[in-house]
Structure formats: C-alpha cells, structure tokens
Design a protein around this ligand. Structure first.
Ligand SMILES: NC(=O)c1ccc[n+]([C@@H]2O[C@H](COP(=O)([O-])OP(=O)(O)OC[C@H]3O[C@@H](n4cnc5c(N)ncnc54)[C@H](O)[C@@H]3O)[C@@H](O)[C@H]2O)c1
Length: 244
C-alpha cells in the first residue's frame, strides 16, 4: 500500500477511540473521527489536524450509517480501515437490569457493530482490501460482574470476529478484535466501573492504571500491513490482568 489509507474510527470523540484515531494519524492514515457527539469529534479531528475529518454518526441508526459511510466513500474514494470502537459501558447490577437496558446496550454494542461492518465491508469488498478491528473487552475473559449485558455484547464481538474472518478473507479483508482491560477513559469514570481500578490494578503485572494510549498501538498494528496474516483473532491488552 503506497497510497494514503483512509480509516473510520467510531466513538472517537474521547477515550480509547480518540487515542486510536491519533495513533493511526501518526502512522500516516487519513482518519475520520466519527461519533454521536459531533462537537467532540470535531475537536479531536482539529487536534489531529492535517487530513483528519470528523463526522456525526450514530452507529445504531441504519440510515445514518448508510449515509455516513457513503459520504466518506464519496469524499475519499476508499475506506481501508474500520475500527469499531463506539460502545456503551453501563454499570448495572443484575437485580436492577431491565430488558429495556439490555436492548439499549445490544443496540449500540452489537447492532451498531453489525451495521458499520456491513456498510464499510461492502466498500472494502469492491476494493479487495480492508482491515477491520473490533473493540471487545477483557470483561468477557474475566466475567466481570455488574454489567452482564455489556459482557454479553463483548462476547458477541469476539464470536462475530471469529465467524466473519472466514467469509471475508477472500476479499482481502482481515478482521480482528482487541480486548482492553480497564482503562482510564472519560467514560469509565461516569459509572461504577471507575471504582474497579482499586481491585484490578493489584491483579495486573504493572501497578498503574491503563490509559487509552496503552490500547491504541495494538489496534494500529492489527490495522497495518504487518498484520496481513492475522485474522479472526482477539488480542487481550490489559497489562497482564487476565492471562488466557
Ligand atoms: N474504558 C474501559 O475500561 C474499557 C475496557 C474495555 C473495553 N472498552 C471498550 O472500548 C470502547 C471505548 O470505550 P471508552 O472507555 O473509551 O468509552 P467512552 O465512553 O469514554 O467513549 C465512548 C465514545 O463512544 C461514543 N458513542 C456512544 N454511543 C455511540 C453511538 N451510538 N454511535 C457513535 N458513537 C457513540 C460516545 O459519544 C463516546 O465518545 C468501548 O467499545 C468499550 O466497550 C473500554
């Protein structure tokens, strides 16, 4: 690949997504910072500068996804990389969990991932090339409590990644997952998950809190040419918290 590659990073207005967008841009990729929070997305794109662009996108809205992906294809003529990062991270003990809440989490974390992969996958198929990286979570390995809906969606991400790899490899597309451990993002401190550092950090191999920049290089690697022979895999990036 000698031409400049183009990436869409969802949920990139803050946290892990913003760090991924910055990492890819540093690798010379033209990044579309896509988020339901348009103002935040604009701010991150401005921080990156250069060829970076921003887009208001609700990954759970089928019509919005179709329109947004078309806009990127029309503007740049290609979409080489999709990072499915946008997600809801609710903190809900089982006794308080409702079917409405369960569906809300699935609507973004699983349905949104489907919609984005379908729409961008079609563009990649035409080009015969693509790199898809899905953000799962090590909560699927650890079975973290107080978020059964969330953990179920993050298991779905891994199952989807494994299953789809065998179907889209013939189009030159790889699909992999990165499963972060607890990370000090903006979002994590808005829920009870923010208290999780107290018991997770002592279980890690390193005695500090993980930050968004700890996750981004793994994603950039899987999105690079160097990862051409890797597909259908999940890379756990959690400072040694879980070891599978
Ligand atoms: N922070 C952690 O501890 C942690 C650990 C493991 C996995 N993850 C995963 O990493 C990803 C990012 O997490 P984070 O902690 O940076 O989250 P965050 O809450 O800080 O940021 C999430 C971003 O996604 C956007 N978003 C939410 N719904 C959207 C939608 N429907 N369409 C488009 N954008 C939407 C938000 O506006 C926000 O900018 C998520 O998939 C999360 O499950 C996070």
């Amino acid at each position: 690949m000698t031409e400049q590659r183009v990436a869409i990073v969802t949920g990139a207005a803050q946290g892990i997504g913003a760090a991924i967008a910055k990492e890819l841009a540093a690798d010379g990729v033209t990044v579309v910072v896509a988020d339901i929070n348009a103002e935040g997305a604009e701010k991150v794109a401005a921080e990156i500068g250069g060829t970076a662009a921003s887009q208001k996108l609700d990954i759970s809205d089928e019509a919005n996804v179709a329109q947004a992906v078309k806009e990127v294809e029309d503007e740049f003529g290609r979409i080489d990389i999709l990072v499915n990062n946008a997600g809801l991270v609710p903190f809900t003990p089982w006794d308080e969990m409702t079917f409405e809440g369960w569906k809300r989490t699935f609507n973004v974390n699983a349905n949104g991932l489907f919609l984005m992969t379908k729409a961008v996958g079609d563009v990649m198929k035409k080009a015969g090339y693509g790199r898809i990286v899905n953000i799962s979570s090590n909560t699927f390995v650890a079975g973290t409590p107080n978020c059964a809906d969330y953990v179920a969606t993050k298991g779905a991400v891994i199952g989807f990644t494994r299953a789809l790899a065998g179907e889209i490899g013939k189009h030159g597309i790889t699909i992999n997952a990165v499963a972060p451990g607890i990370i000090a993002s903006e979002g994590v401190f808005t829920t009870g998950h923010g208290n999780g550092f107290d018991y997770v950090v002592p279980m890690q191999a390193f005695g500090r809190r993980g930050v968004p920049a700890d996750i981004a290089p793994a994603v950039a690697f899987l999105a690079s040419e160097k990862a051409a022979w890797i597909t259908g895999q999940t890379l756990v990036v959690d400072g040694g918290h879980t070891r599978n």
